[in-house]
Write a protein of this length. Structure first.
Ligand code: HEC
Ligand code: HEC
Length: 367
């Protein structure tokens, strides 16, 4: 009898414990269920980005298909100074559409006038780049977008504060609602929208494209035609070894990293380790990503350190074979270019200025 009672109370005890565990589980589910991360899947109207003449199809990540709503939101964010600590610096401060999405400076000026360490590259055709930044440290545009916001010498504002500032604005809440299905402002949603906007920054249909891919053989000047021949000739300019052209399109970059001997001191010291910083592979010392040459006539000064002021100085630099150092790329050699060759190459580079889409400037109030 006593035995039975003990067993009975043990069973009751066990039952209560199970019940307790169940209640705890349900409570946790309620707390975390309500706080589930808002969806970061774009809703709204899908957009297919049509590349202009001379460009291939735009690669689109499967988890961020562009929509009208995310692009409109991304454009607004791109010109939004609230993403910086003192509300003065938008992405466009350094990637200004009037300078073809660069800032015209050798090195960018960030928060409080702090001088950065590298030149701001154009954002035209960044959609095609396999890796972002001069050293390739960001895997894609989504991942890249968050870093300038928090960078102390760029926009200098934590992601939490950026999210809170935007969430205070009812216009943004409505835009996030339309783009992602709820008013929640999240870093992931900001990144995706900025990336989708950046994927619309395409430049093609230049005089070069109409000549090469459009069949219009009269559109380039004789000097530009000679410059193109030098550019692709491995025995002459050898430029296309890295600034590649394809049969149906030309990105003017192989998306790879090379040490061309730029930013090397006279004694051969490499001032900026470049790609080496990411890979720790010795041969990557002083290697930087091959930049696109699209619209290059409008994006001076040049190179990762903004050290070369004109296209002529770039061509003269290449004629010198790049500053010698132990990691110099094997495609870099002293090339013989006459004075006319050099000006022909510059003329050719001037033919790469393409059309920029009309709706990528600062949004108007009603947009
Ligand atoms: C203070 C100036 C400054 C601001 C503000 C700024 N950038 Fe940049 N951006 C740069 C510089 C400089 C680089 C190159 C840095 C490097 O490669 O190390 C760069 C690189 C990039 C790249 C890589 C391009 C390439 O060819 O590899 C992208 C994309 C980009 N920025 C987008 C943005 C976006 C989006 C914002 C706003 C959220 C922004 N930037 C704000 C200066 C700036
Ligand atoms: C070995 C590969 C390679 C070859 C060959 C090459 N380039 Fe480059 N080019 C690069 C890389 C890498 C950079 C960026 C280097 C840096 O910033 O340190 C660059 C930068 C440039 C820039 C500056 C662009 C900008 O936005 O800052 C121009 C212009 C240019 N190259 C034109 C040419 C021309 C013209 C030739 C042929 C005479 C040529 N390149 C040959 C790899 C190459």
């Amino acid at each position: 009898m006593i035995q039975h009672r003990i067993e009975h109370s043990l069973m009751m005890e066990k039952g209560r414990r199970i019940l307790f565990v169940c209640i705890c589980f349900l409570a946790l589910l309620a707390v975390f269920g309500c706080k589930a991360k808002p969806s970061e899947t774009p809703l709204g109207t899908p957009v297919s980005v049509h590349p202009p003449l001379g460009l291939p199809a735009v690669p689109i990540p499967s988890d961020n298909p562009p929509t009208t709503e995310t692009i409109v939101l991304g454009r607004r964010l791109f010109y939004e100074p609230k993403l910086s600590k003192d509300d003065t610096l938008a992405c466009a401060a350094c990637h200004n559409p009037q300078h073809d999405f660069t800032d015209g400076q050798a090195l960018s000026k960030g928060f409080g006038g702090a001088i950065g360490v590298r030149n701001a590259p154009t954002l035209l055709n960044v959609a095609y780049q396999p890796l972002q930044f001069w050293d390739g440290r960001a895997l894609n545009l989504e991942q890249q977008a968050a870093s300038p916001i928090a960078d102390p010498i760029e926009m200098n504002q934590s992601h939490e504060v950026s999210v809170t500032k935007l969430a205070r604005d009812s216009v943004y809440r409505e835009m996030f609602q339309k783009a992602f299905g709820s008013e929640d402002v999240t870093l992931g949603r900001i990144e995706k929208s900025l990336a989708s906007f950046e994927r619309t920054l395409l430049s093609g249909n230049s005089a070069f494209d109409r000549f090469e891919y459009g069949g219009d053989k009269n559109v380039l000047t004789p000097a530009q035609v000679r410059g193109l021949a030098l550019f692709i000739n491995p025995q002459k300019g050898n430029c296309a070894a890295c600034h590649t052209l394809n049969p149906n399109y030309a990105l003017f970059t192989d998306g790879k990293f090379h040490n061309i001997g730029e930013g090397v001191a006279d004694d051969g010291t490499i001032k900026d380790p470049g790609r080496f910083h990411q890979t720790r592979i010795d041969s990557d010392r002083g290697a930087f990503k091959t930049p696109t040459l699209r619209n290059v006539a409008n994006t001076a000064p040049y190179m990762h350190d903004g050290n070369l002021k004109t296209l002529r100085s770039v061509v003269d630099f290449y004629a010198g074979g790049g500053n010698s150092n132990p990691y110099l790329d094997k495609e870099m050699k002293s090339i013989h270019l006459s004075g006319q060759d050099r000006s022909d190459l510059v003329e050719f580079l001037n033919s790469l200025t393409g059309e920029i889409p009309a709706n990528v400037g600062p949004p108007q109030k009603k947009e």
